[in-house]
Design a protein around this ligand. Structure first.
Ligand code: HEC
Length: 153
């Protein structure tokens, strides 16, 4: 009986250790990642994408690019936010220390940095190009780590 008791204590200690070190299951990590994507990364990136490009309407092509200094500044801020959230995505909590994950995320950071520079320069082509590069970097990670996901973003 004493033997069993000791075993149970050891099992409990192991569980607590896992919970504290953040070395939890892959499932929990992906769950957390999904929340970060939907609540933070996707809305931040929209601050770039939704104001980049042209929309075809009945009146013809309408530019989506920022028109005022404030709108350009808001885009630069959105790019900053993308960088901050993606840094979080690189942390142990989300990456589990996976070097490939961290490297793909780093490319998002690099392209978001370029988008920020372009927004500060109020450069439409630059914003459009780095927006496309960001999109491809997001997709690279989804293709690698979320193959079941709808592959349009
Ligand atoms: C380092 C890897 C990685 C990068 C980079 C990444 N994502 Fe994700 N993303 C994931 C994973 C993994 C999932 C799926 C999580 C799950 O459901 O298990 C996901 C899911 C999503 C979802 C949820 C889709 C759904 O089915 O609800 C959105 C939205 C999303 N990502 C947006 C983005 C955007 C926008 C970017 C680029 C700015 C990006 N992601 C970059 C790993 C990444």
């Amino acid at each position: 009986m004493k033997q069993v008791y000791r075993f149970m204590i050891m099992a409990l200690a192991a569980t607590l250790l896992t919970a504290c070190s953040g070395g939890d299951s892959e499932e929990a990590r992906l769950e957390r990642t999904l929340t970060l994507m939907n609540d933070e990364l996707d809305p931040a990136t929209d601050g770039i994408w939704q104001h980049s490009g042209w929309e075809l309407t009945e009146e013809g092509e309408v530019s989506l690019f920022p028109k005022t200094d404030e709108e350009w500044a808001a885009m630069a801020e959105a790019a900053d936010e993308v960088i901050a959230v993606t840094r979080k995505l690189q942390s142990e909590e989300y990456s589990g220390g996976d070097e490939e994950w961290i490297a793909i995320a780093e490319s998002v950071i690099v392209f978001a940095g370029e988008a920020k520079e372009a927004a500060i320069a109020q450069d439409e082509d630059g914003v459009f190009e780095s927006g496309g590069d960001i999109y491809r970097a997001c997709r690279a990670c989804h293709q690698r780590y979320a193959p079941g996901m709808r592959q349009d973003g």
